[in-house]
Ligand binder design. Structure first.
Ligand code: PLP
Length: 390
C-alpha cells in the first residue's frame, strides 16, 4: 500500500492537534526573540535560570579549550573522560547515592534503566501520567506492562498482587504536564511489601524541589533502600543537557554492562560535563533561586485564583491552567501571544483527551513585575474568551 502522509497530516490539522515549532532566535530566558518578535516567555523548563548563566557558559568555553568539543567514542571504548567522571562523582554526592551514571539524554536514561532491569517474565508498573520516555521504556522492555491510576497507591497495590518476576514500579517525581508531586512514601511502602523496586524520574524536581535542590527524594528523605533507581535530567533546572541514573554500586555496574542506550552511543561532549559541574555548584549553593521561585509560585496561584481560572494541585514551577478543548487552548495561547506573552498550549496525546491546557512554567529568572504582566494578560484574555463563548 502506498504511504498516504498527506491524509494523516490533514487529519491532525483538522483535529487541532497539528504541532509547529516556534523558532527561538535568542538564548533561553524570560524575554526571548521568537519568530521575529520579542516575547515574555513562560514555557521553558529552565526553572533556575541557569541555561544562559555567564559562569556556566564560561565553564563550557574553558572545558572546550581544555578537552576539545567531541566525546569521540562511546564510554566503554575511549569516550569516558575526566570531566564525565568528575560529574558522576559530584552527582552521586548530590543525590546521596553510592554512584551515578551519566547518559546523553533523559529519554535514553529511561530506556536504558528500565530495559536493563526487567524483561520477559518480569513486571513493570507505571503511573498512567508518566513521561512518554518511561512508557516507551516499559513497552520496549518486553516485561508485563501495566499502568496504575495516577498517584494512587491502592491502584498500585492491586497490580502488585498480580505481578510476576522482578517487579519495577516507575513514576515521575514531579509530573511534567501537571506539576503535582508523586506520593512517594505511600508508593514506596506498597512496593516494599512485595519486594518490588522503585524507579523515580525526577526530571522536574531536581533544582526547584528539596532543601538543597535534591528533588523529591530529598524532599521526602528517601534513600537508596526506598528509591533504588533515581533518574535526573540535566536539560531542565541544570540548564545544560544530558541525564543521570543514581543508585547502588551494583545497579550502576549493571547499567554499564546491560543498558544498550548507554553502551551504544557516543559520550556527551566533555566540555558539556564541565558546564554541568558549574551549574550543579550554583544549583546547590544559591538558595535564593529556589526562594524567589517559591515566592513567584505563590503569587501566581493567588493571582490566577482571583481571575477565576482553574489551576492544578501543584506547588512546583509547573503551573498548568486547564482549558479543556484543544481549539480553545490554542485560541487562549494565541490571545496571550498577541499581547507579547508566550505560553504553549499542550494538547493530546501529550495530555489526556479533553484536558488541553496552558502549561505555564515559572523560573527564578522571572521578576515579580514580569509575573504581574502575565497575570494581567491572563485576566484580559480570559474575559475575551468568556465573551466569545457567552
Ligand atoms: C524531559 C523529560 C525527560 C527527557 O529528558 P531529555 O534529557 O530531555 O531527553 C524524561 N523524563 C521526564 C519526566 C522529562 O520531563
Amino acid at each position: 500500500m502506498p504511504f498516504d502522509l498527506a491524509t494523516r497530516l490533514a487529519e491532525r490539522r483538522a483535529a487541532h492537534l497539528y504541532r509547529q515549532r516556534p523558532l527561538l532566535e535568542s538564548p533561553q530566558g524570560p524575554v526571548v526573540q521568537v519568530d521575529g518578535r520579542e516575547l515574555l516567555a513562560f514555557c521553558s523548563n529552565d526553572y533556575l535560570g541557569l541555561a544562559n548563566h555567564p559562569q556556566v557558559i564560561e565553564a563550557w568555553r574553558a572545558g572546550a579549550a581544555r578537552w576539545g568539543v567531541g566525546g569521540g567514542a562511546s564510554h566503554l571504548v575511549i569516550g569516558h573522560s575526566t570531566p564525565h567522571h568528575e560529574l558522576e562523582e559530584a552527582l552521586a554526592d548530590f543525590t546521596g547515592r553510592p554512584r551515578a551514571l551519566l547518559f546523553s539524554t533523559g529519554y535514553m536514561a529511561n530506556l536504558g534503566a528500565v530495559t536493563a532491569l526487567v524483561g520477559q517474565g518480569d513486571t513493570v508498573l507505571e503511573d498512567r501520567l508518566n513521561h512518554a520516555s518511561l512508557l516507551d521504556a516499559g513497552l520496549l522492555s518486553n516485561a508485563r506492562f501495566s499502568r496504575y491510576l495516577h498517584n494512587d497507591a491502592a491502584s498500585l497495590a492491586s497490580r502488585l498482587e498480580k505481578a510476576t518476576g522482578n517487579t519495577l514500579v516507575v513514576t515521575d517525581g514531579v509530573f511534567s504536564m501537571d506539576g503535582d508531586t508523586a506520593d512517594l512514601p505511600a508508593l514506596c511502602a506498597e512496593a516494599k511489601k512485595r519486594d518490588a523496586w522503585v524507579m523515580v524520574d525526577d526530571a522536574h524536581g531536581f533544582g526547584p524541589v528539596g532543601a538543597t535542590g535534591g528533588g523529591i527524594a530529598e524532599h521526602f528523605g528517601l534513600g537508596v533502600d526506598a528509591v533504588q533507581v533515581l533518574v535526573g535530567t540535566l536539560g531542565k533546572a541544570f540548564g545544560t543537557a544530558g541525564a543521570f541514573v543514581a543508585g547502588s554500586q551494583e545497579l550502576i555496574e549493571t547499567l554499564v554492562q546491560f543498558a544498550r542506550p548507554y553502551i551504544y552511543t557516543t559520550s556527551q561532549p566533555p566540555a558539556l560535563a564541565c558546564a554541568t559541574l558549574k551549574s550543579l555548584e550554583l544549583l546547590r549553593r544559591e538558595h535564593w533561586r529556589r526562594e524567589h521561585l517559591d515566592a513567584l509560585i505563590q503569587r501566581f496561584r493567588a493571582g490566577v485564583g482571583n481571575i477565576g481560572l482553574e489551576l492544578m494541585q501543584s506547588t512546583t514551577p509547573i503551573q498548568p491552567i486547564v482549558i479543556g478543548d484543544s481549539d480553545r487552548a490554542m485560541r487562549f495561547s494565541q490571545l496571550l501571544r498577541d499581547r507579547g506573552i508566550l505560553v504553549t498550549a499542550i494538547r493530546p496525546p501529550t495530555v489526556p483527551a479533553g484536558s488541553a491546557r496552558l502549561r505555564v512554567t515559572l523560573s527564578a529568572a522571572h521578576s515579580v513585575e514580569q509575573l504581574d504582566v502575565l497575570l494581567e494578560a491572563l485576566a484580559d484574555c480570559n474575559a475575551i474568551m468568556e465573551a466569545e463563548h457567552a
